[in-house]
Ligand binder design. Sequence first.
Ligand code: NAP
Length: 284
Amino acid sequence: MHAPEDGAVDPREVEYVFAWRPASGWLGRFPNLRLILSAAAGVDHLLADPSLPPHVPIVRMVTQETAARMGDYVLFAAPGVVRELPALVAAQGARQWAPALTGRLAVETTVGVMGIGQLGAACAQRLLAAGFRVAGWSRTEKQVDGVRGFHGADGLDAFLARSDILVNLLPQTSATRGILHAGTFARLPRGAALINVGRSAHVDHDALLAALDAGHLRAAVLDVLDVEPLPPQHPLWTHPKVFVTPHVASTASVGARVRQAVASIRAHRAGAELAHLYDRTHGY
Ligand code: NAP
């Protein structure tokens, strides 16, 4: 195993790379590359390298730990939203005793999970166990136990109309970029909230702020931002209805990532089927 800065490595000998946000042109340095192991569940950071070889398969980093950690995050954020966490934090900052911020019940609340894949389905199960009603939206028709399923463009309006809390867990693709815009927010019930743990490119943040300021949306919990770290002067830091976290929703531990990488390389060398392969046709 070698680090990228290891000058002793002959690029022609490299068959496997484990990468996250490679420098532009880095992936193209290895003429005999056989497999790319993404260090994250999303692969947008790899696709940004114009030298990415089009024929080399990419394995996404999806471990049980990734799903468990994302479930933990969503189970902090969704109850946080129903119990008015952003408003309570703002009230505490202003030393205001605000007893009206009692929130609502989880059992009265439908969480719409946008992107009900590896992570979305795991989160849905955690939300159901916590008493929430759960709806899911996917590209293709999908059945997840206990989840009311919607799919495709035809199913989007009905899905949004019932989502008191919208959890975005879509991958970033040409079809999903910018999907959370003013029109999307308008189709959510009044008083709905957004939890974005997908990618910032899914969200028009100006439209989000406008929907929050107009009172149509009650809160937003944002883990992924256009510029990370979020610049100190950015209005999202201080907005009373926004709770920002620094892209911490789900990162698998080094151990879990290494175990998945080793398992993928072994499977590849044995000619076995690879799990969590990135699909170039659909972009995720
Ligand atoms: P996944 O298993 O590939 O699931 C993606 C889901 O999105 C699937 O249900 C898929 O539908 C749906 N989808 C894709 N394109 C769609 C479209 N055009 N319209 C409707 N539904 C669409 O992905 P995953 O492993 O759950 O990961 C999801 C994303 O989470 C990643 O891509 C990454 O961006 C994000 N993530 C964030 C963090 C963080 O710390 N914030 C950590 C890990 C991952 P089908 O079921 O029909 O295929």
